[in-house]
Design a protein around this ligand. Structure first.
Ligand SMILES: NC(=O)c1ccc[n+]([C@@H]2O[C@H](COP(=O)([O-])OP(=O)(O)OC[C@H]3O[C@@H](n4cnc5c(N)ncnc54)[C@H](O)[C@@H]3O)[C@@H](O)[C@H]2O)c1
Length: 252
């Protein structure tokens, strides 16, 4: 194990749209970053870009739905960086991740329901379970979950995804109570719509009160704050970032 010379962070789903921005943001803040993703090729490309910018980054293959894989991730990062200071449980997504469609729950496919719970709820629980003991041992750490306003409001046609994200918010609160005495802060960020490249922007613009689409960097800024020194008394909360979308129904 190398001696920690700089703080280290894991970003699951680090090859994805929001994950890349979080990884880049934390790297810019001085963290050595493990870009952890099911898709190792894309994760490696993200890590290579960060390294080309002079940052310290590695790519690690992980399936967050497997506890063995989560344990392997924690061990790999510990070996590479000597410590884990920040864990961002960002891997996740709605039915399209597994080739499913959106629709009423009474018509949902069993495999999609299972995948939504596995990726979005079991995943963060497994990775946290694998990483938290190392943070407890050092009496320091930050855990940031990426939830969704679906987990706050319950969104029709993505009921399984909503249930999983709601679970993540409850997990955040329970974990913050358990880990506070160990010096570890736990928070959740819940974005509204964050269009990926190529996705239609107009619906995202109209969905909030700011008249522009939320960017991955908007979300990353909040994660950076919660992972950084200036948020040292904030724990156990779900931080909605949605341009006011969830305040009320926006009138047309
Ligand atoms: N994009 C949005 O509108 C939006 C809104 C609210 C919340 N979120 C949440 O933000 C997070 C990131 O979403 P995104 O829009 O960047 O999605 P994305 O599809 O671009 O990225 C998700 C990443 O997770 C990885 N992944 C999927 N299954 C995995 C597994 N089992 N193990 C490890 N990695 C896995 C994928 O390979 C991908 O790189 C998700 O948790 C999502 O639910 C997104």
């Amino acid at each position: 194990m190398s001696h920690p010379t700089q703080p280290a962070a894991i970003v699951t789903g680090g090859a994805g749209h929001i994950g890349q921005a979080i990884a880049a943001g934390l790297a810019a803040d001085g963290f050595a970053v493990a870009v952890a993703d099911l898709d190792l090729v894309r994760a490696q490309a993200v890590a290579d870009r960060l390294a080309a910018d002079g940052r310290r980054a590695i790519a690690v293959a992980v399936d967050v739905c497997s506890y063995a894989s989560a344990q392997c991730l924690a061990a790999t990062v510990l070996e590479a960086f000597g410590a884990i200071d920040v864990l961002v449980n960002n891997a996740g997504g709605s039915a399209r991740l597994v080739g499913g469609g959106y629709g009423p729950f009474h018509e949902a496919e069993e495999r999609v329901i299972a995948a939504m719970i596995d990726i979005n709820l079991k995943g963060p629980l497994f990775v946290t379970r694998a990483v938290a003991p190392y943070m407890v041992a050092r009496r320091q750490g930050r855990i940031v979950q990426v939830g969704s306003i679906c987990g706050v409001q319950g969104t029709e046609n993505v009921a399984d995804y909503s249930a999983a994200k709601g679970g993540v918010i409850a997990f955040t609160k329970a974990l913050a109570k358990e880990l506070g005495a160990h010096g570890i802060l736990v928070n959740c960020v819940s974005p509204g719509l964050v269009p990926r490249p190529g996705e239609e922007l107009e619906r995202a613009r109209q969905s909030n009160y700011l008249g522009r689409a939320c960017t991955a960097e908007d979300v990353a800024e909040l994660v950076r704050f919660l992972a950084g020194e200036k948020s040292g008394f904030i724990t156990g909360h779900n931080h909605v970032i949605d341009g006011g979308r969830s305040l009320a129904m926006k009138t047309a």
